[in-house]
Design a protein. Structure first.
Length: 422
């Protein structure tokens, strides 16, 4: 109970900071642009609408997630990092420290690029300072904003570690979910105003009911796919003290990581062109938007291709068939009907590929749902940024809910067993 109360207290404090605008900053001129941009809409959702407030916690733990993925990928090409990953708890602490430093660097760079891009859409200075600050000093003001945002990321990482150690669930995941959940009332409000208050006929109520039912249908589908797994039966050659067991493999091995990585890759060119072309009317800007915006046909195809590539790549990064085969041999166990060694490795690789096909198809469909539903129901760009049926947000919420529930059940059972021996 104390762990739950501690977690809620930290999340409440984070939400207060998320609604605290950076001192001397005016957000009125850029709110509409943030809500209409594909890239900023995603960041805004993950940060619980704190980006549109240009708050201290605007970036949240997003840079930390990016840094974590980068460090995992770099382990494949940098021997020293791979060595750390094999050193147990000591190596894990070293990798975590590297990840945190990288996250702070990424946070500052991302914040500066973000601010430079937003500054082309309107003044970020409060009205009282607008006339008194010379143009040559504006960049110092932008650096100040970037430093505050990077400090917010440092705070978010600290809060996440506190939740992980003393609270309930994974701290990083809990902060993201807290941000996403706070946007759900806004989504319901927009739907209510569009279909109920602004009803133009009886069909408006029908569409409202269809959207709500569709949302819960997608939710149940995501829950099913998140808990679905393929179990590989294993037997022990020496059965003394050991019973037959199995190795569970989730259908969605990579989780939400492939989608986040694809969105990050797609967003970088859009951020750059947004900073260069303030009006967004040049032919170069139109070309970039056509290729890298997932709402455009070419951009959507590229988005799907990136999800597929990262889904397969991350699946085989998470589950190494050769390492799994070696571990089975060391534990004197085997898969029934499959010879130990290279045959076991090939069997696991083949099974992982088939599972990844199912998982990747599911990810592509889920990531595509917000795009298709926005087109089918005729949402405007600002409405589509708020009403997101499916997508990464729902996947993260369900994944964290399942993980947290399992941890609470485990802690409860441990306390129950502990009380027996007291």
């Amino acid at each position: 109970m104390l762990r739950i109360a501690f977690t809620l207290m930290i999340l409440l404090f984070v939400r207060i900071l998320a609604n605290t605008t950076i001192p001397l900053v005016e957000v009125g001129a850029v709110v509409d642009y943030i809500q209409s941009s594909d890239y900023f809409a995603i960041l805004n959702s993950f940060s619980g609408q704190s980006l549109q407030n240009l708050s201290i916690m605007s970036l949240g733990v997003t840079p930390y997630i990016t840094a974590s993925i980068a460090v995992q990928l770099l382990q494949m090409v940098i021997p020293k990092l791979k060595e750390f990953s094999e050193q147990g708890e000591t190596g894990k602490q070293k990798l975590n420290k590297i990840t945190r430093y990288m996250a702070l660097g990424l946070a500052f760079i991302q914040a500066l690029a973000l601010i430079m891009g937003l500054s082309t859409r309107g003044s970020l200075l409060v009205t009282s300072l607008e006339a008194s600050v010379a143009d040559q000093y504006r960049y110092l003001f932008y650096v100040y904003m970037a430093l505050v945002m990077a400090s917010g990321t440092a705070l978010a990482m600290w809060f996440a570690s506190l939740i992980t150690k003393k609270g309930v669930g994974n701290g990083t995941s809990m902060l993201i979910v807290a941000g996403i959940v706070t946007s759900l009332p806004t989504m319901m409000t927009v739907l209510w105003e569009k279909y109920i208050i602004g009803a133009t006929g009886g069909w408006s109520y029908v569409w409202f009911a269809i959207i709500i039912l569709l949302y819960f249908g997608i939710l149940f589908g995501v829950v099913f796919m998140q808990i679905a797994q393929r179990k590989i039966p294993i037997q022990y050659a020496n059965r003394q003290g050991k019973s037959d067991s199995n190795i569970p493999m989730k259908l969605n091995v990579g989780g939400v990581i492939p989608v986040i990585f694809a969105q990050t890759i797609m967003s970088i060119p859009l951020s750059i062109i947004g900073a260069i072309d303030s009006d967004g009317t040049s032919s170069l800007s139109s070309w970039f938007y056509a290729i890298f915006s997932s709402s455009e046909p070419i951009g959507y195809i590229l988005y799907v291709v990136l999800i597929v590539i990262f889904a397969f790549f991350y699946a085989f990064l998470q589950i190494n068939p050769q390492k799994m085969s070696d571990n089975l041999s060391k534990s004197n166990s085997y898969i029934p009907g499959v010879r130990p060694g290279i045959d076991t490795q090939d069997y696991i690789a083949s099974l992982l590929f088939k599972i990844s096909v199912i998982g990747t198809t599911y990810l592509v469909l889920l990531a595509s749902l917000p795009i298709f539903t926005a087109a089918i129901f005729g949402f405007t760009s600002s409405e589509a940024s708020i009403i997101r049926l499916g997508g990464t947000s729902l996947l993260i919420i369900v994944g964290v809910a399942i993980e947290t529930t399992q941890q609470v059940e485990t802690d409860a059972s441990q306390n129950e067993y502990g009380s027996i021996f007291r």
